[in-house]
Design a protein around this ligand. Structure first.
Ligand SMILES: [Zn+2]
Length: 193
């Protein structure tokens, strides 16, 4: 029996500590990102907050890799050339094609939620969710897969708080319908310190 314990433990551990579930993340090079301008700042990990956004523009959800990648390039161009930012502002962007697109990624401070960029990730959904919701598969990808991946990877605090962008500043983001929805998600908090 003693000799069987290590084998038993392997199976048992696998059940208790499930392997990391991560979304399919499309890297910057895969979507054709331009280079970061300047020198990025490191995030101090794990971060305590997760902010949910919608892009508003593009207003139409992308449903293919080609369209989502094109949307990523357009947003990055706008954020860099019009806003004068170093890079696309979001940490990650959810397409409706089953993929999560890397923006500033796990390690770098973003430009998504004024006053809180160094305290959290900003994940945006491509589309305008004022009166409709993202498709369920895209929401589940962020609600479950992204958060478990981030927590298991030591990037997001296991006791993280989830907010809509509008809780941090004067904006409608992530849209009325979507903001109503995320208030039912795990870790949503009404109070933002
Ligand atoms: Zn926003």
């Amino acid at each position: 029996l003693i000799y069987h314990l290590p084998f038993g433990n392997i199976g048992f551990s696998h059940c208790v500590f499930p392997s990391q579930v991560c979304p399919n993340i499309i890297t910057r090079s895969q979507w054709g990102a331009a280079a970061f301008i300047g020198s990025p700042s490191y995030l101090s990990l794990p971060v305590p907050y997760l902010f949910i956004h919608h892009t508003y523009q593009p207003s139409t959800p992308c449903t293919t890799f080609d369209q989502c990648a094109s949307d990523m390039r357009s947003m990055q161009h706008y954020h860099q050339q019009t806003n004068g930012w170093s890079d696309i502002g979001y940490s990650f962007v959810a397409g409706s094609d089953g993929n999560l697109y890397e923006g500033r990624g796990w390690n770098w401070v973003g430009a998504h939620t004024y006053g809180y960029n160094s305290k959290g990730y900003g994940v945006s959904f491509i589309g305008d969710y004022t009166s409709t919701l993202p498709i369920k598969s895209a929401m589940d990808m962020v609600r479950y897969d992204f958060t478990s991946c981030a927590v298991n990877g030591g990037r997001l605090s296991s006791s993280y708080s989830l907010y809509g962008h509008r809780q941090a500043t004067s904006t409608d983001c992530p849209g009325n319908s979507f903001y109503h929805e995320i208030q039912t998600w795990e870790h949503y908090q009404s109070y933002l310190p």
